[in-house]
Write a protein that binds this ligand. Structure first.
Ligand SMILES: [Zn+2]
Length: 215
């Protein structure tokens, strides 16, 4: 069995994927939700550390030869995780300077935007960081992960790749449009269903409406 498969099974056992309920997503589609808060809130767990180590090793392999790299977390889910990934890379003797970069979520006209913090913009410019690894948990369409990328490019970043814990769709259209590479520690497709045509509703699996969490 591969590491990825072992990791996936351990995550499922920890409750990251709860098959007893399903969710309505922002798009209106239905599907089983992945909740990485379950593992990310316990930083001392071996499961969390295993994820940090695996992600750090993927990034080091892809960015071999870079003399400085940024590791960008996506607010709020992976801010601390990305810091921990950066710390592992820094302490591994990789040889590059490593910078922790952060984003902040804002709501404009009812829509969610992921923006670089002012501190991160300054770091990118002051240290002429050209390579950035984005650390995010679940890849569904790539649209929120992609939001900070055009601004980073304007600030001089040339090389960006996204590292997910779990990529749940074969294609992430927004990242494809921007020609940004992405990889998942786990790449396992989870189907979305249209509400009228949802086999989970049909089989009586309880639905959690968008924006509401089960008790
Ligand atoms: Zn449904």
């Amino acid at each position: 069995m591969t590491y990825a498969k072992t990791y996936q099974q351990a995550l499922e056992r920890a409750g990251v994927k709860d098959d007893s309920i399903h969710h309505e997503f922002v798009s209106g589609a239905h599907g089983v939700k992945l909740d990485f808060d379950v593992t990310h809130k316990n930083r001392s767990s071996l499961l969390y550390m295993a994820g940090v180590m695996m992600k750090a090793s993927m990034i080091m392999r892809d960015f071999e030869g870079s003399d400085r790299i940024g590791v960008l977390g996506i607010d709020t889910g992976t801010t601390q995780h990305a810091r921990d990934v950066a710390t592992v890379i820094l302490s591994s003797g990789f040889g590059a300077r490593v910078f922790s970069l952060t984003t902040v979520k804002s709501i404009q006209n009812g829509q969610k935007f992921i923006e670089l913090t002012d501190e991160t913009k300054e770091l990118l410019v002051d240290h002429r960081i050209t390579s950035v690894a984005i650390d995010d948990d679940v890849g569904t369409t790539g649209s929120s992960t992609a939001q900070p990328i055009p601004i980073m490019r304007d600030l001089g970043v040339q090389d960006t790749a996204v590292y997910y814990d779990w990529v749940r769709n074969p294609r992430l259209p927004r990242l494809d449009e921007l020609q940004v590479a992405y990889r998942g520690m786990i790449e396992a497709w989870l189907p979305d269903y249209q509400p009228d045509d949802c086999i989970l509703c049909d089989s009586g699996v309880p639905l959690v409406p968008y924006g509401r969490e089960p008790m």
